[in-house]
Design a protein around this ligand. Sequence first.
Ligand code: SF4
Length: 289
Amino acid sequence: MAENTSKVVYRALSLGAGVQSSVLALLLARSDPRLTELGYLKPDTAIFADTGWEPDYVYQHLDWLEKQLNYPLIRVSSGDIRKNLRQGRTSTGHRFVDVPLFLVNESGKKGMLRRQCTTHYKIVPIHRRVRELAGGRRGRPFPKDEHAEMWLGISTDEAGRMKPSREPWVEHQWPLVDIGMTRRECAEWFAYNYPGRVLPRSACVICPYRSDDHWLELKRSEPDSYDEAVKFDRWLRKSRTNPVRALLNGRPYLHRERRPLATVIAEREAGTPSSVDYFNEECEGLCGV
Ligand code: SF4
């Protein structure tokens, strides 16, 4: 890829509030020499896009994290994914389902909806705010000789998620990949530096990308949120006239086995849960990091 020679006018850390981006935020606040040597100093801001339906422990973690940082953390939103989904709408008001639900149609054929929620609830509000903060003027093209850097918390074991920005005025950077840190090393670093503190995995309460492990973690640590996911999963198939079902050609499920979430997770509690999640499919590196 050709080197971007335009001037960097803003540096934003995209904060998913999960393991990798939280550790990256803390390393930057501590001016970790591995990062400073590569020119990763403090970002202008860390930015978190709130879908409105994360588990409470993610919001609590975010509040704690904000107090550890010596640079601003801002929260942005393009709407409440829970409310919009219940109406079968996207954040832009369009009538379609943007969450990657698993489907089975009448003849038993399996499918999965295309994920567009990351774009609607993460990328759009983050880009909108960073563009403003970087001096971009509404309705005017961003100056060709300037760009903003977006630092993403992707680790080396998830390097397949590294993708260039679709916006010419944004350049993606992956500091954890540059210093060779894996997700496991991030978790170990956090456990060593903040003993006894839990570092949560982030994702919407109803995210179909969760592994069985991740569902069980939600059930154990926040039963009310897990119950919300179970109820939502049932509601999805409740009647052909519900606003989500009415838009789909098939029966929708939150779990990849295309069976009721409560049934599958109850079985996993008694057996061996799978730790395989689908976040590698989420190439923007904004969910689950
Ligand atoms: S966490 Fe899952 S449901 Fe939420 S925006 Fe990301 S991919 Fe979509």
